[in-house]
Structures are given as C-alpha cells and as structure tokens.
Design a protein around this ligand. Structure first.
Ligand SMILES: NC(=O)c1ccc[n+]([C@@H]2O[C@H](COP(=O)([O-])OP(=O)(O)OC[C@H]3O[C@@H](n4cnc5c(N)ncnc54)[C@H](OP(=O)(O)O)[C@@H]3O)[C@@H](O)[C@H]2O)c1
Length: 254
C-alpha cells in the first residue's frame, strides 16, 4: 500500500509515519524541513520505501505540483493523511495577517485540494482511505484562536460531507479530532499558556493520538474524537447556550 502523509516530521504526523513504516508500506511524506525528512528516510528507510517532498504547503501551488508529480510517476495513493497544519493565537485585530493567511491556505485550501484529487482517484479505483486532521476546536467558536478554530470547523464540515457523498464507493474520509496534544504545535501557535490553563482538559501524547487515528482510519470511521473526556465535552456543548460555550472556550485561550 502507498500512504501519503503531510506534516510527517513532527508530532502526530511523525507518529503516524512510524506506524505505517513499521508495517512496511510505501510512504510519501511532505513537510518543509528537508534535513528532517532526510533523517527520517535514513532511519526508517530500512522498514519502508520512503519518498519525500520538502515543500511549503502554505502555497497551494506546491500541493498541485506534488499531486501532478505523483501522477506523472504513476504513483497510486491508497491512504492519504492531511495532517499538516498550524495555529495562530491572540486577539483577531492584533494577529499577523501574513501568518494567518498562510494558515488559512495550509489548513483549508491545500487540504481541500488533496482531498478532492485523491478522493477522485480512489473513487475511480473503488477503494481508498483519507484522514483529515481537524481538532476538538472544530466544534465551537474559539475566541483568541478565532481563525484557527474556523479552519478546523471547515475541515470537519468538508470531510464529513465528502464522506457522506462517497458512501458505497469503497472510499472513506475520517475526520480526526485531537484534543490538547503535546507537540511543537503549541510553540508555533504561541499557546504554551493555553496548555497550562487547559490542564483540566484531557491531554494526550502525539503517539496516543496517532494510534487512535490509525485505528479509526483503517476501520473507515467518519469521525474520530480522541479521548472520552473530549467526546463528552463535544456532546455536552450541544445543550449549552452559545454564550456559555464561548466563555468556556475563551477561558482556556486567554
Ligand atoms: N497539538 C495539538 O494540541 C493539536 C490539537 C488538535 C489538532 N491538532 C492538529 O494536528 C495536526 C498536527 O499537529 P501537531 O500537533 O502534530 O503539530 P506539529 O508537531 O507542529 O507538527 C506539524 C507538522 O506539519 C508540518 N508543517 C507545518 N507547516 C507546514 C507547511 N507550511 N507545509 C508543509 N508542512 C508543514 C511540520 O513540519 P515542518 O515544520 O518541517 O514543515 C510538522 O511535520 C495539525 O493539523 C494541528 O492543527 C493539533
């Protein structure tokens, strides 16, 4: 099987890569840092055949290049995991537009593009699995991470709809929703503070999230919210007024 993973050098994507490498699948990995990709190829290349693209997926043109290059090389992707993503935090009037714009393109446009292209090919072949990484933030507005939360709501909505459209085609789209997960994500999003405040929320390691995501992906589950505590809060939020949900969400981000 050929497995395509974006954001495979760190955190959840790295752990997913390790799971698939241990099974000897062919891997196509994408991230920006070429030396890390090269080190992964050296270390895991004995277990699995690894190809990589050192590419900034905040530029959707790069995603188009990668897809067309795979077509040119006649590579059929059986499993596609759109995991690369990052967050920004702070008051929306003060956050940096350039960085946020890159986030919107990476978290939404590139993910939507790869999902369309791989789902189309998989449907034509009658089989395939896609996993898109959203977040528990997808279920609620998130003041002080407003744009990030909105990108994840987009991922959830898009992926669930496509999974529905693909029923009976042999192709499934799983939306993985991690809660707070230890990784470099928080450094880049400047949310180390959030991590402290969010101590009441369930926390997980990237390995735990990856193992759970892997299981749900292979079972073709449409929605995978990691940890019972997160599933419980997502369920309970339905019964709370939006004003309270907003206040609760902002208490962990501000
Ligand atoms: N950590 C959490 O608490 C948490 C919670 C819910 C959801 N999530 C979601 O889970 C996914 C993975 O997050 P993580 O915690 O594993 O983050 P992470 O440790 O920061 O890893 C992010 C990965 O994405 C790659 N990446 C980042 N920007 C990229 C770009 N512009 N182009 C190509 N690759 C890029 C990074 O490699 P390079 O830097 O080399 O590009 C890295 O491999 C994200 O979509 C995130 O939103 C995380």
């Amino acid at each position: 099987m050929t497995v395509f993973i974006t954001g495979a050098t760190e955190g959840i994507g790295f752990e997913l890569m390790r799971i698939f490498a241990a099974q000897g699948h062919d891997l196509i990995l994408v991230a920006r840092n070429e030396s890390k990709l090269n080190a992964i190829q050296q270390e895991y290349g004995k277990q699995a055949r690894i190809t990589y693209y050192a590419s900034d997926l905040s530029h959707p043109d790069n995603a188009e290049f990668i897809y067309h290059d795979l077509q040119y090389r006649k590579v059929c992707v059986d499993i596609a995991i759109n995991n690369a993503g990052f967050g920004t935090s702070g008051s929306y009037t003060q956050t940096d537009w350039e960085k946020e714009h890159d986030m919107l393109k990476l978290n939404m446009v590139t993910l939507a593009y790869f999902t369309k292209m791989f789902a189309r090919d998989m449907k034509a072949r009658g089989h395939g699995r896609i996993m898109n990484v959203a977040s528990t933030a997808a279920f609620e507005p998130v003041p002080y991470m407003a744009a990030y939360g909105a990108t994840k709501a987009f991922v959830l909505s898009l992926s669930q709809s496509i999974n529905f459209e693909l029923k009976g085609s042999g192709v499934t789209v799983t939306t993985l929703c991690p809660g707070v997960t230890e990784s470099k994500f928080h450094q880049r999003a400047d949310t180390q503070n959030t991590l402290q405040k969010a101590k009441i929320l369930p926390q997980a390691t990237a390995r735990e999230v990856a193992e759970y995501g892997y299981k749900m992906l292979m079972r073709g589950k449409p929605l995978a919210i990691h940890k019972f505590g997160n599933r419980f809060s997502v369920f309970m939020e339905r019964f709370l007024p939006r004003s309270i949900v907003l206040r609760l969400a902002s208490s962990t981000t501000h």
